[in-house]
Design a protein around this ligand. Structure first.
Ligand code: AHR
Length: 345
């Protein structure tokens, strides 16, 4: 029996020792795993190289629309999304913008995004970008350069936006015997948004002999400038003005302020008709109130689309030369609060 218990005790000691040994091994393994996992994860989690993007914005705060656009790009091209964004604000100075882009080329960024102040003057610097092998994506604004000087463009259709407004004028003023006096507060001259929207009203006037373009002037996308211009037109033309064609929301705001201060009836069925572009949420409220008759959307939320285009090119893909975003229009007699609540900008 003694011998029997000795053997049993020995076995138990051995089993117990083995158990202690195994556990020690197990924790070592996890640390191993940890270390090997850490090693492998340290290998696995080495941060992927950020894609460096030079973003040339025309004027980051030139309008409510532009502020939404700038934020959309900054949010989409974040470090968390794998990007290093370098923004240069050209302050609506076309010459500065071209040198900003040359600066990006000299810095050898991976991609260049351009919201062009002016449609002209891009051949040389885009030629340099091409020679340097840096893909160029145009955002929002188009340019007058040959298409092989940039990879693609993403944005809205400015001329088409304008035709939505002229279609509404034609429907609202069906009596061809009555003159329709229109004033046009233009965007910054030379910007493709201004060129497209101004061309649309020009073509509307050409196509409708009773439409008269009473006056036009650039308000440089600004509320205050538009207010000054409208104040002087009210003195010049008094009650002759039937339609204000303001090429963005901020300028429509300036025009409405001047008209209201001059005691003029604004909007609705029997006021001076207000046409605007951008459809920022705050201004759609004015459409609902009947102050703005038509607000044609121009979508500023282009950041995610630009990020997707870069990832496509990174992956060896070739995007379409033109990628246009969907845009709608809002009318004072059909808009709903739900339309406004659904807006992201
Ligand atoms: O390019 C789009 C135009 O630029 C917007 O209509 C205007 O508000 C902005 O500043």
């Amino acid at each position: 029996m003694k011998k029997y218990f000795k053997v049993l005790a020995l076995v138990l000691v051995l089993v117990f020792a083995a158990a202690i040994f195994m556990t020690a091994c197990g924790s070592k393994d996890s640390s191993d795993n940890g270390s090997s996992a850490a090693a492998s994860s340290s290998v696995a989690t080495a941060p992927a190289k950020l894609i460096t993007v030079g973003f040339s914005q025309c004027k980051a705060d030139e309008s409510d629309w532009r502020k939404a656009n700038t934020k959309s790009v900054q949010d989409a091209l974040s470090e968390a999304n794998g990007f290093k964004l370098i923004m240069a604000d050209s302050n609506n100075d076309a010459a500065k913008q071209v040198s900003d882009v040359q600066g990006f080329i000299d810095q050898d960024v991976d991609y260049i995004i351009i919201a062009a102040v002016n449609a002209d003057g891009w051949d040389t610097v885009l030629g340099n970008a091409k020679t340097a092998g840096i893909p160029v994506i145009l955002m929002d604004r188009t340019i007058n350069a040959s298409e092989d000087l940039y990879n693609c463009w993403l944005g809205g259709g400015f001329y088409k936006e304008g035709t939505k407004a002229t279609d509404w004028i034609a429907k609202t003023f069906p009596d061809k015997t009555k003159t329709v006096n229109i004033v046009d507060i233009q965007g910054q001259l030379g910007a493709s948004a201004q060129v497209g929207r101004s061309q649309a009203i020009d073509d509307g006037v050409k196509a409708n002999s009773n439409w008269k373009l009473l006056a036009r002037q650039t308000g440089n996308w600004s509320t205050d400038t538009a207010k000054e211009i409208m104040t002087s037109w009210i003195q010049q033309y008094g009650d002759k003005i039937d339609v204000v064609y303001a090429e963005n929301d901020n300028m429509a705001d300036g025009a409405m302020q001047a008209l209201t201060e001059a005691g003029k009836k604004v909007g609705g069925k029997d006021g001076i008709k207000i046409i605007s572009f951008d459809a920022n949420k705050a201004y759609l409220q004015r459409v609902l109130e009947g102050k703005i008759n038509v607000d044609v959307e121009c979508n500023p939320l282009l950041g995610p689309g630009v990020a997707a285009l870069i990832k496509k090119i990174e992956g060896g893909g070739t995007p379409n030369k033109k990628e246009s975003v969907d845009e709608s229009a809002f009318y004072f007699d059909t808009i709903t609060q739900a339309d406004i609540d659904a807006r992201q900008y």
